[in-house]
Design a binder for this molecule. Sequence first.
Ligand SMILES: O=C(O)c1ccccc1N[C@@H]1O[C@H](COP(=O)(O)O)[C@@H](O)[C@H]1O
Length: 211
Amino acid sequence: MTPARTRVKFCGITREQDLDAAVAAGADALGFVLWPGSQRCIDDARLAELGARTPAFVARVGLFVDQDADEVTRASRHLDLLQFHGDETPQYCAGFERPWIKALRMRDGLDLHAAAKAYHGAKALLLDAYRPGVPGGTGETFDWSRIPANLAKPVILAGGLTPDNVAEAIAAVRPFAVDVSGGIEATRGCKDPVRLASFAAAVRGIDNAGR
Ligand SMILES: O=C(O)c1ccccc1N[C@@H]1O[C@H](COP(=O)(O)O)[C@@H](O)[C@H]1O
């Protein structure tokens, strides 16, 4: 199924003004980093505030990396979708009363067809660049030609996307959605409203050109 348009997730939202700018730009989803190892991490109180501010029809996505189930369960009441960005098993991912997506880092030899089968309960696979020792958010791209066109799961393309390369990425991969964090930031955790709007415009531009 070819989607009519490319969905956009803006990840690493920490501030009200960034949330509002993302919604104004047409965000389909907002990502909140709940992994304490990230400089973009927000605590439960902040998640509650930002989650309450998010309007209807914009999905609130919580990003976790190999965390205690209790932490995921606690945060879940403010979230619509869970994003597991570590080495979580399919069984673990399915253990919460929320739909979920699995992030996979594109290390050498990764078999995406096998991963799609293993994570069959996932709503989508989010594909990110691989850097040893770093779970994600590296701001690096990977070789998009490694993504098979006939993967059994919707693809959310991530990793080093920017307003300048996102159109090329969409043309190459034709993903269900794109996900960006560092490429629209002024400083870590603080989005640049101009870059954010440019990113959304670039996605709309390639979609209107017929992907
Ligand atoms: O944003 C983080 O700090 C982060 C930490 C741990 C795992 C993933 C993280 N971010 C996600 O990584 C991808 C790609 O980010 P970028 O656009 O290359 O900066 C994206 O899903 C981020 O949300």
